[in-house]
Design a protein around this ligand. Structure first.
Ligand SMILES: Nc1nc2c(c(=O)[nH]1)N[C@H]1C(S)=C(S)[C@@H](COP(=O)(O)O)O[C@H]1N2
Ligand SMILES: [Mo]
Length: 319
């Protein structure tokens, strides 16, 4: 028998086989029992909003400029199918993620800016008017969903802190606390989770600092209390549970890029024509319905962002 060639597990950051098989099982359950009953069997109910000190901010006013041509992924589905490696390398981390302590939560915004700030999240979130946006999300593993996020544009924060001209990139960093996030004891990953964008990308209208979803404060498994949504890039760029936002001169190296730069680049712009080295990116499987649909360049957000990459190395379209 021919030897099965396997890569070491650290080289398979988002193991396609595992999430897909879980997904198919769930579909079968949902099909057989109906959504209501099936959701009662799922590990965790979405977090209750009443106890959250920011609950009064939701629902946030809809911003209808961001149109969507798909149905919204039901909360019960989305809240039980997550990627949050701090709580495990599989999708069923919702229960584990309840260990995340979201208060007190200091947000530090610093680096090459005129007006740095370190503030309590509950004050931070009230500095900016919140709005609701329907965004698509395309994971590099070729599944997708549609979410009603609430939050405010990253651009508003950038303007508030007044970057110096030497600031070329914005770097985001998650918490580091293996006691409340057992996944961080997994030494194969270079914790904490880090991501970054260029200052031009940060000043675009699309990057959204997310503080809520489904008309209430962000559930822990979504990356409470503060995460990013970059809908034209593969999902791993949308970093969760942000503690530090730093304006820097050097290009940040994200967690996935640090592990496997040939598969997870800095740009990570969604592009159906450039396959991931181990699978095609031409199509995506829509969570809940299971429909296979064609993936769009920039995940369909080209009118907002394509100009950012004009005249640049074509590699920016993917890597
Ligand atoms: N801190 C942190 N942020 C993260 C991740 C993670 O493991 N840790 N996973 C990323 C990936 S690969 C995806 S697809 C999305 C998933 O977001 P969701 O669980 O809200 O669907 O979060 C991204 N942000
Ligand atoms: Mo992902």
């Amino acid at each position: 028998m021919a030897a099965i060639h396997r890569r070491p597990s650290w080289a398979i950051p988002e193991r396609l086989a595992t999430p897909e098989s879980i997904f198919l099982n769930r579909r079968a359950i949902l099909a057989g029992m109906g959504l209501g009953l099936a959701s009662a069997l799922l590990p965790t109910k979405p977090a209750r909003a009443e106890s959250d000190p920011t609950a009064d901010l939701y629902p946030a006013k809809p911003n209808t400029a961001y149109k969507i041509d798909r149905s919204i992924t039901p909360e019960e589905i989305n809240a039980n199918y997550n990627n949050f490696y701090e709580y495990g390398t599989y999708k069923e981390i919702a229960a584990e993620a309840q260990q995340l302590k979201t208060r007190p939560w200091q947000v530090e915004v610093s680096g090459l800016v005129a007006k740095p700030m370190t503030v309590d999240f509950d004050d931070f979130v009230r500095k900016f008017p919140l709005e609701t946006r329907l965004y698509r999300h395309r994971c590099v593993e070729a599944w997708s969903m549609t979410i009603p996020w609430a939050g405010f544009p990253l651009k508003s924060l950038v303007q508030a802190v007044e970057p110096q001209s030497s600031a070329k990139f914005v770097r985001f960093e998650t918490f580091l606390d293996p006691e409340m996030a057992p996944g961080q004891n997994n030494f194969l990953y270079p914790w904490p989770y880090i991501e970054g964008v260029t200052i031009e990308e940060a000043m675009n209208d699309l990057p959204f600092l997310v503080t809520g979803a489904y008309d209430k404060p962000l559930a822990k498994q979504f990356g409470a209390p503060l995460r990013l949504a970059l809908p034209w890039k593969y999902g791993f760029k949308s970093i969760k549970s942000i503690r530090k936002i730093t304006f820097v001169e050097e290009r940040p190296i994200g967690l996935w890029e640090a592990i496997q730069p040939s598969e997870y680049g800095f740009w990570a712009n969604v592009n159906p024509e450039v396959p991931h080295p181990r699978w095609s990116q031409a199509q995506e499987r829509v969570l809940q319905t299971g429909d296979l649909i064609p993936t769009q360049l920039f995940n369909g957000y080209g009118e907002h962002v394509a100009h950012l990459y004009k005249g640049m190395d074509p590699a920016t379209l993917y890597m």
